[in-house]
Ligand binder design. Structure first.
Ligand code: SF4
Length: 253
């Protein structure tokens, strides 16, 4: 379980800025958009300016605390934005500062999860594609159905990151990833939570699990669908055979 995040697969969550725009069906019930509307802190959508946060000292602290630790912390970046969002209000300096911060925090693994992998090459530093993507960067993209799999994964696997991962959550349909698994290091999946959750067929999860097992790709099943945490867990107890078989093996030398 995460220490500073409610998300099981990460240790911490960091948002360099907040604000985003929906880009696909996975965004229909975006948690961050709901939070933004409730809190009034963030303007949302194509006309809302992104705002830089004041929490940039956190990763530096996490990095220091992780010195010599047995397990490397994973930092999900970002939960209330998309690092590869091309919105005009995102200043170049913000992204430059983020790449610099990643360089300065080698004891933590940065999970850059995007629904815009087509923009990675445009916005990531050029040096990543010449000298190599930093060893502490994991690049991931969301895949909720086959259409998004075939649209997004080819962009992701072009990037020579040590860990390339999929977040198949909320899973909205059956997905075949067999043609991509040789270039993937991790697959996370889960159903949709919240009052307007959409139904997911358990066989969709089982299929992903089996495709990962065949290819030797670590698989993490996060949750079933449901309105509440209790419901999600209760549904999980009713069904077996879907497993969490670990994280990508990453050795830093
Ligand atoms: S990309 Fe992520 S943060 Fe942005 S609207 Fe979609 S779900 Fe929300």
């Amino acid at each position: 379980m995460a220490e500073n995040s409610g998300i099981e697969w990460t240790t911490h969550t960091f948002n360099p800025w907040t604000g985003c725009t929906a880009v696909s069906p996975a965004c229909d019930h975006c948690y961050a958009e709901g939070w933004a509307k409730r809190s009034g802190h963030v303007q949302w959508g194509p006309h809302g300016a992104r705002r830089r946060t004041k929490t940039w000292g956190n990763p530096v602290r996490w990095n220091k605390a992780a010195e010599g630790a047995a397990e490397r912390p994973r930092v999900f970046c970002a939960s209330l934005a998309d690092v590869f969002d091309n919105h005009r209000s995102i200043e170049d300096a913000w992204r430059l500062d983020l790449w610099h911060l990643i360089d300065q925090t080698p004891n933590i693994d940065w999970l850059l999860l995007t629904k815009r992998p087509q923009n990675i090459v445009k916005f990531a530093p050029e040096r990543w594609f010449i000298g190599g993507i930093p060893r502490n960067v994991w690049l991931g993209t969301t895949v909720e159905n086959q259409e998004e799999a075939d649209r997004r994964i080819p962009h992701l696997i072009q990037c020579p990151a040590r860990v390339r991962f999929l977040s198949c959550e909320p899973l909205l349909g059956p997905v075949s990833i067999r043609r991509y698994t040789s270039k993937l290091e991790w697959v996370i999946t889960g159903g949709e939570s919240g009052p307007n959750f959409r139904h997911a067929d358990p066989d969709w999860f089982r299929s992903l699990r089996d495709q990962c097992a065949d290819a030797g790709v670590p698989f993490l099943f996060k949750q079933w669908e449901g309105k509440t945490q209790k419901q999600i867990e209760a549904m999980g107890r009713e069904l077996d055979g879907v497993v969490h078989d670990g994280y990508p093996e990453v050795r830093h030398v």
